[in-house]
Ligand binder design. Sequence first.
Ligand code: XMP
Length: 317
Amino acid sequence: DWTSDAFAETTIADLKAQLGDDKVVLALSGGVDSSVAAVLLHKAIGKNLHCIFVDNGLLRKNEYESVLEQYKDFGLNIKGVDAKDRFLGELAGVEDPEKKRKIIGRVFIEVFDDEAHQIQDVKWLAQGTIYPDVIESVSVNGPSATIKSHHNVGGLPDFMKLKVVEPLKTLFKDEVRRVGNTLGLESFILGRHPFPGPGLGIRIIGEVTAEKIAILQEADHIYIQNLKDAGLYDQIWQAGAIFLPVRSVGVMGDERTYENVIALRAVESLDGMTADWCHLPYPVLAKISNEIINKVRGINRVVYDISSKPPATIEWE
Ligand code: XMP
């Protein structure tokens, strides 16, 4: 039966045999999956693994800088690319969730492709695809029912004639974490909640703007920090804040306010395929709500999402 030690050992040996002296390019996202894939490949082929970490401007507060630092510490051959303005520009005026996902996916591929072309003689594209990604994209999104286009599955542009290597394709999330643990990855990366490829872009309902991103980053940071302080973060499968462009009336001192809403989502799950909303303690919710409303300008109301999947999805878009 399955152990993470055996998986890591066999996979590293297989990757060595399969890749030889070939160069491989991989997009790191800061998430568990791409990080574990990168470390497996790094152990197999060392500097021939070229990692690219794109800042799409839709990451959490301070995430780009801190994650890049961690990867460098780990010895990965990595290049950070600031593409914030390009993503924002392409998203301007777009409200439809699927259009937003497609734009973010396409721009990502364009940016990534530009970078990949700068590596001489690269032969392979590595991806951190895990089993549930494969299932949701292939079976659930049948011809009639595209639930959501997961941009990090497939999506290889024709002009990039790279072979694909996906060392985690058969694993579920908890198995990926166990493999990461075996490989010595730190909890900073391993313990983090899943985060979607399109990032905060699909946690801002409707049009994405720099101002909304800044508001959501602040609110999300307060939320996550409070979950950590309360010792709850590690018990939750995934949590995040969502920006709702719905204005409601409030009162601040003597002033009437008319501002937007932040929704909080926290779910328990094994693999993201189904999920139950977390019954967070009221005192923790109260503290988070107060702090967001008091500190984040542009927000005067906080709500908690009590929907499970199915029928609701984890992300709102
Ligand atoms: P949903 O919203 O479909 O999400 O219930 C299930 C899990 O998948 C994540 N998710 C994504 N992950 N690229 C990703 O890498 C995506 O486009 C994407 N969309 C959703 C979501 O955060 C949850 O963990």
